[in-house]
Design a protein around this ligand. Structure first.
Ligand code: AMP
Ligand code: MG
Length: 396
């Protein structure tokens, strides 16, 4: 049995970013990762822009200026100002070359064709200089940058229509168990409604990944092998839920072995999720996730999600970690590391009830996992505790 840290390290060590590149339209690239650093084809702004509604002045010592015209946003700025002259101007409009400051209209008294200022403006004030955001020809976004809405807007503001991004990982989900019934069918004695497929599919969706294959198999060695073989052919990552423990009908370990999947690790010193297996065959990775729903999801966030981040070419992988004060005292002397469902509110961490790995109710209300290292901790109220922030948006 290995530690949480060793398991994470082995995942990192055995994986590399996907090399294949796709060209996508900017508007279809949300949540994707830049495959190449991006060079700005033009400066932003690429002309001197007024940052305010007001008057663009050609500075002199006096506080009064003669208004000789107007530049509306979108117009060219071909008005020539003499010293002591100004033009009416608006936010985003091109500042005439001969103007050297913009005075906001709230600080101006207009009398017919003249304005009176309160103080002498500073040269360059309220003017967005050419290239002040980015200069033409410079590298503006690095390879490995995750594209968020602002990133897409920024790229589009450079006039770029398509970007080169890393191909998304192809992921398959297999759920195992004779007891599993799809919602909508009547529940026969001894059966339960299947939930891990939706749970994993949704966790993938939050990373912008739609699984290639979502399928189910009974607890048989042949059935499990057949579905593993099919999933392997179409996936970079295969997620299998259930059947990896020590029961007589847990066939996933044997099926992976028979299909020549090399085990990188099996069993992690943690709760939930001890019987986790991570393996590899050629370029396909396999996670056999313990079937209890909270174990499946914890293992997804702690191990699967960082692997996907790595395959996607992200620089930093996995959930954001930080230390925050715990709202109450907490004590554990468990030899295994714990991941506890928790809620962060008002910058304090509250560990929730119902921590059993068979229960999802606390996970449904959680926005963080508390990490308690091996051999436990004895915490007083307001002591710092390490948390992993759960994703709350649709992507990352
Ligand atoms: P296993 O890991 O196969 O021993 O399953 C552990 C527990 O998780 C059992 O109570 C299973 O019924 C339950 N379980 C396994 N797979 C699923 C699933 N896909 N949806 C809901 N519960 C599951
Ligand atoms: Mg099972």
């Amino acid at each position: 049995m290995i530690s949480v840290e060793e398991a994470s390290h082995l995942i990192d060590q055995n994986s590399l970013p996907i090399r294949e590149i796709e060209t996508l339209s900017v508007s279809s690239s949300l949540g994707r990762v830049l495959a190449k650093s991006l060079k700005a084809p033009l400066s932003l702004p690429n002309f001197r822009q007024s940052a305010m509604d007001g008057y663009a002045v050609s500075l002199h010592k006096d506080l009064s200026y003669r208004v000789v015209g107007e530049v509306q946003t979108g117009d060219p700025s071909n008005i020539e100002l003499k010293v002591g002259e100004c033009v009416r101007i608006y936010t985003g409009a091109a500042v005439p070359d001969s103007a050297n400051a913009v005075v906001i209209q709230e600080k101006v008294k207009r009398i017919d064709h003249n304005i009176l200022l309160e103080t002498t403006p500073k040269a360059g004030q309220n003017i967005r200089a050419i290239g002040s955001q980015v200069k033409a020809g410079s590298l503006c976004l690095d390879k490995g940058q995750l594209l968020n809405p602002a990133g897409l807007g920024f790229i589009q503001s450079l006039g770029i229509e398509s970007v080169e991004v890393i191909r998304q990982p192809k992921v398959s989900i297999i759920v195992t168990g004779n007891e599993l019934t799809p919602p909508g069918s009547p529940l026969e004695p001894g059966k339960i409604y299947e939930s891990n497929s939706t749970l994993l599919k949704s966790a993938l969706q939050q990373k912008g990944i739609t699984p290639q294959l979502v399928t189910q198999t009974k607890d048989t060695l042949e059935g499990t092998q057949a579905i593993i073989e099919k999933a392997e052919q179409e996936s970079d990552v295969v997620l299998i839920s259930g059947g990896i423990s020590v029961g007589d009908y847990d066939f996933v370990g044997k099926a992976l072995e028979n299909k020549n999947v090399k085990t990188i690790f099996y069993r992690v010193k943690q709760r939930p999720g001890k019987p986790l297996l991570f393996g590899q065959k050629d370029t396909t990775f396999f996670f056999a996730l313990p079937g209890n729903p909270a174990s499946t999801l914890s293992c997804f966030y702690i191990y699967v999600s960082p692997l996907l981040d790595r395959l996607m070419g992200l620089e930093t992988t996995g959930l954001n970690r930080m230390k925050l004060p715990i709202a109450h005292s907490y004590r554990s002397d468990e030899p295994r590391a714990l991941f506890l469902k928790a809620r962060v509110q008002n910058e304090k961490v509250q560990i929730l009830d119902s921590q059993s790995s068979s229960m999802l109710i606390s996970f449904a209300k959680a926005n963080a996992l508390v990490y308690i290292p091996e051999n436990g901790l004895d915490l007083k109220a307001l002591d710092p505790v390490e948390i992993l922030l759960l994703p709350n948006g649709l992507i990352h």
